[in-house]
Each structure stands twice: as C-alpha cells, then as structure tokens.
Write a protein that binds this ligand. Structure first.
Ligand SMILES: Nc1nc2c(ncn2[C@@H]2O[C@H](COP(=O)(O)O[C@H]3[C@@H](O)[C@H](n4cnc5c(=O)[nH]c(N)nc54)O[C@@H]3COP(=O)(O)O)[C@@H](O)[C@H]2O)c(=O)[nH]1
Length: 931
C-alpha cells in the first residue's frame, strides 16, 4: 500500500473523529465530513468560516488564549465546547497542534476533534440531580438512595439521619443487609420491577434502632449502567403512635364497658344513642342493643319540660357540652319497671373512632342521696347541739364547724372553713401534747383531753374534747371529728378551788400545803443541782397582845399589810407563805452564802419594824426569825421546818426582834420545852399543881394582914418546880387560863378552910397573868368561884405586874374598874422594874404598890436603891397608895422601911411560902419586928 497524499486525504476524510484545519487568520481551510456532521453542517458550509463562528462567548475567550499558545508552537489536548448549527453545545475532546511554514511562520492549526457530548450530558444530569437533591434535602425528610442491588452509589442527608450514620459509614454497608431478614428477600424480589410503589419494610439503623420505612423505587440508567433510585420514608414514629392510639381506643372501649357508671354515646345532632355499656342497660332496665337508636331524653323524667331535679332543659346541658364544658346535673330517669332513679348526669363532647359524639355518664346516686338526707338530719342535729363540733379532712383542713363552736369562739363560718384547728391554738400545749394527739388519732384511736384554746378575741377557753378518726370502707382515715364541751366555767371554778385550797384566804399568800409542796420541790432542785436553800420561819412578836387588845379585825389587817410588804420585798423565785396565825415562812432558793441569808433576814426585820398605820393608830411591831439551811440543818422539809421553828424560839428567848441560825444544841433545849409543855397539860389533869402562901406582915401592928398565893408544881420525878420555870410556858401555851382558874378555885377553897378554922380578915393576893386580864370570862370565873365558897369579893386582891400594867393596863381598864366596883383590890407587883410613872398608874384602879425585891435587897448596900425606895414610898404615900415591900430578908431592911412608914412587908424574914395548913399555924416571930 502506498502512503501518498491521496491515501492520507482519504483517511482523514473518512475518519470518525473530526479533523479541523484553520489558517493563521482562524479561517477554516479544511474540515472532514465527521467534523461537519458533528456540528450539523456540510463541509462546504464550514469552509472559509472563522473559527469563532462555531463558538459561544466563553469559547471565543478561551480560543483566543489557546490560539496564542499555538502561535508559540504549543500542542494541546483539552476539552472544548462548540455550538451546533441547532444552537446546542457540543462537548468535544480535542487534540490541537500548530502549523508553521519553512520560514517558521505560523500558518494555522490542525485539530482532531472527538464528540464528548454523551458523557458530559450524563455528568451534567448527575450534577443537576445532586443539586436538586440538596435542595430537596432541605425541605424533605425522605431518604433518597441510588443503589445497584445492595451497593449504595449515592444518598442524601435524610438517609444519614434515618440510618443514624455518616454518609461514609452508610456507603460501606449493603442496603439490603440493613433490612430485617424477613424483608430482605421481599425487597430483592421487588427490585426486579422497573417501578415499585411504596411498601412497608423494617430495617435497623447503624445504632440498632428498629426502623419502619416506606420504600418506593425506580430503575434508571446511570453511566450506561442500570441503577435504582429508591425513596425511603421513615414512618417508625407514626406507626408506633398509631399502635398506641389503637391501644388507647381498645382501652377506651374497655373503660366504657367496665366503668362504674352507665355510659351512653350520643350522636351530636340526633342525640340518639349510638353506644351504651351494659351498666346503661341495667340502669334503664333495657338490653343494650334495644337502647341503640333511642333518644336518651326519652328516658329522663321531666316537669314542665325541664329535667326533674335539675331545673334546666336537656338541650341546655347539650349546648354546654358542645361549648367544651362538662355540665353536671342531678336528674331522675325512668326505669323500665316505672321506678324513678336519682342519677348524676355528666355530659362531655368527645371524639370517638373519628366521630364527634356526646359522652353521657349516669351514676346511680340513690344511696348517696339517702346518705345526704341522713347527713342533713345529722348536721341539723349537730347544728342544734350545744357541743362544739368540728370536722376536718385527713390533713386537718376544717370542713365543718357547728353553730355552738362559732358562738363560743366568736369566729364567722368563712373565717374558719379551710383553716386548720391551729386557728384556736393558745400555745398552752407543748409539742409533746400535740405529738401524742397525732400519734393516737393517726393510729385510728380516739383522743380525749382538755384543750386550752383561744377565741378570736384572744381570751382562752377550756374545751373537753374528743377527736375521733373517721375511716372509709377500705379502712383509710378520711376525716377527723372533734366534739367538745366548753368547760371554761368549770375549770375556772376548779382553778379557784385549787387556789383556795393552796392559798391563805386572808393574805392570798401560799398556805401551809402549798408551802410544803414548794419546799419539797425546792429541795429536789437543790439536791439535783447541789444548791443551798434557806428556810426562814418567823412570827410577829406579841401578836397575841395586838389581837387581844385591838381586836381580831385589826390583827387581820396587820397580817395583810405584813404579807404585802413581804411579797413586794422577796424575789419571784422565793416563796413566802403564811403557815397559820401570825406564822410566816420564806424559802430562799439557790442562796449563795450565809451572808446573803443574813441580809434578807435583816431586811425582813427592818421591813416589819417599819410603823404600820392601822385603825387610826401607828403600830410598831417586831419579828423573830429562825433560819434553817439545807443541807446543813436537814435534808427534808419537816426537819428544816422544825429546826427553823426551834431557832425562832431561841431568837425570841434572846430578846426578840432578831434572827437566829439554827444550831444543833438548840434542839435539846426546844425538846426540853416541848416535853415540859406536854407535862404541864398532864400536871393540870393529874392535879400536880399546888399552892403555897407567903404571909404579908403589917409593919405597924406586926400582924399577918394577908397572904400571897404562889403556884407550885409537884413534879412526880423532878420534885417541886418553881413558877419561874413553867409560868412563862403556861402563858405561851395558853394553859395559863385553866391553870389560873384552878389557882383561884384552890386559893378560895383554902381561904374557906382558914375561915372554917377561925382565921378571918386575911387579904388573899392572887397573881394574875396578862391573858387572864384580857379574859372576858374572868369576872364570871372569879364570881362563880367566890359564890361556890360563899366568899365576898373584898377578900381577894389581884396582883398584876408593873410590866403587864404598862402594856395592857389601859385596855384592861374597864375590866379592872368593873372588878373594883365589885369590891376587888388591885396591887402592882414588881414595882420599879417597868419604869412606869406613878402619874400613869394613878389613872388605874390600883390601891397597892409592891416595891420589887431587887430594890429592897440593896437597902443598906446601894444608896441609890435606898433613895429610890425612899422616893417611891414617899410619892406612893402622897398619892394614897398602900405600900408593900417585897423580899424583906433582914431587920435592917425592916428598920429602913418602918422609918419610911412603909405599910406592909413580905419576905423570907417573916416566912417562906407555906402550905395552907401551915398558914393556920403561922405566928409572926417577935424578933422580926423589934420595938
Ligand atoms: N401568874 C401567876 N404567877 C405566879 C403564880 N404564883 C407565882 N407566880 C409568880 O411566879 C414568880 C415566882 O414566884 P415564886 O418562885 O413563888 O417566888 C415568890 C417568893 O417565893 C419570892 N420571895 C418572897 N420573899 C422572898 C425573899 O425574901 N427573898 C427571895 N429571894 N424571894 C422571895 O418572891 C416571889 C413572890 O414574888 P411576887 O409575886 O413578886 O410577890 C413571881 O413573880 C410570882 O408572881 C400564880 O399563881 N400565877
């Protein structure tokens, strides 16, 4: 074969690729038929045409650059786009090289052009599809998958979301492998069809989640291959919701059927019964299937077109239900048997199986009505009740209170309902009380106690209350019922009684019982905390005198004032009590030392010493305080009280108006006194007392003019006891009155005895105690004794000490005057010891003055005493008194007294006290009165 020009010409001409030759001016000098066909022209049509005529604007710009390179001699293979005669783009792949002449001048270029339109078209289509997919991704949740069998070629973002993985992760999976096994074959078979309309498959996401997908798929060509474009819609949520809804629907049906009330479903327009549960059948007395299609209204009893019992029309209820309300009404329905049944009707508009219906529930409330009627009766009974009634729910919220409770507390009903009983709390109950209450009632038991509650105005009232839990049929507590009685009056009365029982009515101070209680509890505290307490026991010195002289009323006023002063002075923690009479006691708790006790005792003394104005006179009183201290002086109340008492008596014995701490030795003395006192009682009963008589001698005549009766106690063991030892005790114990009476009786008896033995005209002197001088019955006692022995009043002379006269004389003036009127004489004993003035004595009905023996004793020894005796005798005589000298023991004294014209003498010189019998024998010894 000869490769000549023609051969190449034929080869180029017949080539399938296009051959395009242009000159240095870009004019087409040659194209082969393939090239011309590629662009839709004939060869002739293209010849001499400029290259740019087959390019668009972009192509021209690129060609200018490329042609420049050609001129520089560069060859090139590249893609190029020409414009087809019909106007569309022809994608080509071309190889181009430049042509130079022998001089090296650029003469044009030759290009071999291959049509690349089919490949570029597919790529463009895919790019466009991808772009569309991206746009679509933004607005759709559907997954789009391009796959070949199970091999995934392309997928969108939605696929990533559905399969819960990245694009890369999903691309490594086989699509059919992600399906559940039972769907895998189904899908593979479906892929044999060109188009598959949506069907449901189940798959697993990359995280293992079950997916329910709706799959649609279409076969398509892609790069010359057949591929499938599948659309996946995730319906998992929808399907699950649908299943749940179906479940709900089923449950609804079951609920309706098993509801405790009758339920009927009505068509909204016709109001005919579309559905009814079996309870509805029983309520109306008709089988359920016969109910269907009936109007519900036809079973409801009406009066004047309105529902009986509800006072409104059925239509009104329906309208409310359609307005999204759920009206409730009590109605009466007609049972098939003719019985009217009370029902509670509730209407609700509902959606049921896609339809809009009215749901009517009817509850048989006959038993509730009966209970309500009963409740009404009961509540009216409660309203009438005088008891305070309150009902709370299980949380203590007040649901009901009766009239009595409101009336006692002063609250209005609306102020109480919805509150808790704490509204009435007075804060007088501690938390232990409240705990006990709740524990008991929550355990299902009643709680009963007295509550101190508070009224609206803040005053307290006492309520004797029982709280009872109410339980339902299941045994659960639903309410608490409280019933109570207002016992305020009773409590106040009791409190008053209690106060009276433990307080002294005169002074309002704690009495002995309360004092003992307080002392005991003080001791307990002191023992527990190792504290010291002091017990001060005291009375008012000579209170009896005040009582006797000024009367009990004044005495009472005095005690009140003293009590008031004590209360004001003492600490709140200390107790001051009146133990009886004029006896007071003070408990000083937790005292620091004896000094502080001393200080308080001194203050009490000072307090009592302050003058008290009573009955228009000023009284000056004193007190004697005995102090016993715990633990030193006793560790029980009795011992402390006894020891304080002993200390008080010692304080008195030592001159009164003082305090004294208990000392052990005191007890021995006190015991002695106590024994003596009880022995004196016995002495009176056992007639252990006797009288001796001391003669009184006339200093002028030397004759016995009278005798002084002197008391003696013939003790069975101790022998004869002198009056100094026991008369003060007789006076203190009050025994002086019966003993004094005995003295009078015995003396008159002896006097009668003397008379009967021829001894007449004696003056019988009897010593009188202050108590006898105050004794209103004294005159009577004396008169009856005189009458008994038929003796005249004149034979008796009553001796009263100067001291007694000073204190009681004025107050006893009337008695003395009366006695003098009756014929008695009075003499003043122990004159000179009481510092009284004769001027004062002159006011009293006294005839005789007995100069105390302490002055007589010192005659011839103490000049001062002699002067006193002289003066007294002189003054007494000048005032007309008879003068008696006591305790005359020697002749010197007799001489002295006689020289002063003293009338009578008495003393051991003449005679010691003698028995009544010895008086009969008594003769004045002549040597005792020398002439
Ligand atoms: N209320 C009553 N008091 C009475 C009664 N009987 C006695 N008394 C009073 O007791 C006091 C003591 O009396 P007594 O121990 O009997 O002493 C009397 C004489 O024994 C004593 N006396 C008499 N002469 C002398 C003497 O020369 N020397 C001396 N040392 N003592 C003597 O004096 C007492 C009589 O004194 P007075 O009564 O003051 O005249 C005494 O105070 C009695 O008052 C009674 O029944 N009731």
């Amino acid at each position: 074969m000869e490769y000549n020009e023609k051969f190449f010409e034929q080869l180029v001409h017949s080539a399938r690729s296009g051959i395009w030759v242009i000159d240095e001016h870009c004019r087409t000098t040659y194209v082969n038929p393939s090239m011309a066909e590629m662009l839709g022209y004939t060869v002739e049509q293209m010849l001499n045409k400029h290259l740019f005529e087959f390019l668009d604007e972009n192509g021209i710009e690129r060609a200018k650059i490329n042609l420049a390179r050609r001129r520089e001699g560069q060859e090139e293979q590249r893609e190029s786009v020409f414009i087809h005669k019909e106007g569309f783009a022809v994608y080509t792949n071309l190889v181009t090289w430049p042509v130079f002449d022998e001089q090296g001048q650029y003469r044009g270029a030759i290009a071999g052009v291959m049509d690349d339109s089919s490949r570029r078209g597919m790529l463009d289509e895919l790019a466009e599809a991808k772009e569309r997919l991206q746009v679509f991704d933004k607005v759709t949740v559907d997954g789009i998958l391009i796959h070949q069998g199970g091999h995934i070629i392309e997928l969108n973002d939605a696929c990533c979301r559905i399969f819960e993985g990245s694009r890369k992760e999903i691309m490594t999976h086989d699509f059919t492998a992600m399906l559940l096994p039972e769907y895998k074959t189904l899908v593979i078979q479906a892929m044999h069809y060109d188009t598959v309309e949506k069907f449901e498959v189940k798959a697993r996401s990359l995280t293992g989640k079950l997916l329910i997908l709706e799959l649609s798929s279409k076969r398509m060509h892609y790069r010359g291959d057949l591929v499938r474009v599948s659309v996946l819609r995730d319906v998992t949520q929808y399907k699950q919701t649908q299943t749940a809804l179906e479940q709900i629907e089923l449950t609804n049906q079951a609920l309706i059927e098993n509801a405790p009330e009758a339920i009927v479903l009505l068509d909204r327009k016709s109001l005919q019964i579309l559905h009814a549960n079996s309870k509805a059948g029983s309520l109306f007395g008709i089988s359920v299937h016969r109910l269907l299609g009936h109007s519900l209204e036809s079973f409801i009893i009406k009066h004047d077109g309105k529902l009986a019992g509800a006072g409104r029309t059925f239509d009104n209820l329906v309208q409310q239900a359609l307005s999204c309300l759920a009206p409730l009404a009590e109605i009466k329905i007609q049972h098939q048997s003719g019985t009217a049944i009370d029902c509670e009707l509730r209407l609700v508009s509902i959606q049921w199986q896609g339809a809009s219906l009215l749901r009517v529930s009817l509850l048989d409330i006959r038993s509730r009505k009966r209970a309500q009627d009963k409740m009404k009766q009961l509540s009216s009974a409660l309203e009438q009740s005088a008891d305070l009634v309150m009902i709370t729910d299980k949380n203590g919220i007040i649901e009901y209170v009766n009239h009595a409770l409101l009336s006692v507390t002063g609250y209005q009903l609306e102020e109480v309902i919805g509150q808790t009983p704490a509204l009435f709390k007075s804060k007088q109950h501690n938390s232990a009380f409240m705990k006990k209450l709740w524990k008991q009632i929550l355990a299902g038991h009643s709680f009963r106690d007295v509550f101190v509650n508070q009224n609206k105005d803040g005053s307290v009232f006492y309520e004797e209350k029982t709280i009872t839990p109410l339980k339902n049929e299941e045994g659960e507590i639903t309410h608490f019922v409280s019933t109570g009685k207002d016992i305020t009056e009773r409590m106040e009365f009791q409190a008053n009684l209690h106060h009276l029982a433990f307080h002294d009515s005169l002074t309002n101070l704690p009495n002995r019982a309360l004092f003992n209680d307080r002392l005991k509890s003080s001791l307990q505290t002191a023992k527990r905390y190792r504290q010291k307490i002091a017990l001060l026991f005291f009375d008012i010195d000579h209170f009896k005198r005040i009582n006797d002289s000024l009367g009990h009323e004044v005495g009472d006023l005095l005690l009140k004032q003293v009590s008031k002063k004590l209360q004001q002075r003492l600490r709140g923690s200390d107790t001051v009590a009146r133990l009886g009479g004029d006896e007071f006691a003070v408990i000083l708790n937790n005292v620091k030392d004896d000094e502080s006790i001393r200080q308080t005792a001194s203050e009490i003394i000072e307090l009592i010493n302050q003058p008290i104005k009573l009955a228009e006179r000023e009284l000056f009183i004193t007190t004697s305080i005995g102090i016993a201290v715990y633990p030193a002086d006793g560790d029980d109340s009795l011992t402390l009280l006894k020891n304080a008492d002993v200390a008080m008596y010692r304080a008195k014995a030592q001159g009164r108006n003082a305090f004294m701490f208990y000392q052990q030795e005191m007890n021995a003395h006190a015991f002695e006194l106590l024994t003596l006192e009880s022995e004196l009682h016995r002495a009176l009963q056992q007639q252990e007392f006797c009288l001796q008589y001391q003669p009184k001698i006339c200093l002028r005549t030397g004759k016995m003019t009278g005798v002084e009766a002197l008391l003696r106690w013939q003790h069975p063991e101790k022998g004869m006891i002198a009056p100094d030892k026991f008369v003060p005790l007789l006076e203190e114990s009050g025994l002086i009155l019966p003993v004094g009476q005995w003295v009078i009786e015995q003396a008159l008896k002896d006097y009668r005895f003397w008379q009967s033995h021829g001894l007449f005209n004696l003056n019988l002197a009897i010593n009188l105690s202050p108590a006898q001088l105050k004794d209103l019955k004294f005159i009577e006692t004396l008169q009856s004794a005189l009458a008994k022995y038929k003796l005249p009043m004149q034979c008796v002379e009553l001796e009263i000490t100067e001291h007694t006269m000073m204190i009681h004389g004025e107050n006893s003036f009337l008695l003395m005057e009366q006695l003098r009127q009756l014929g008695t004489h009075f003499s003043i004993d122990d004159f000179g010891t009481g510092y009284s003035s004769l001027a004062y004595l002159k006011k009293l009905p006294v005839e005789t003055i007995k100069i105390d023996r302490s002055f007589i004793r010192d005659i011839g020894v103490e000049v001062e005493d002699e002067i006193i005796v002289k003066t007294v005798i002189a003054m007494a005589k000048s005032l007309g008194y008879q003068v008696v000298a006591e305790g005359v023991e020697n002749l010197k004294q007799v001489d002295f007294l006689r020289a002063l014209d003293c009338d009578v003498a008495q003393g051991f010189l003449f005679s010691r006290p003698l028995s009544a019998l010895d008086i009969l024998q008594y003769q004045v010894q002549p040597e005792t009165l020398p002439h």
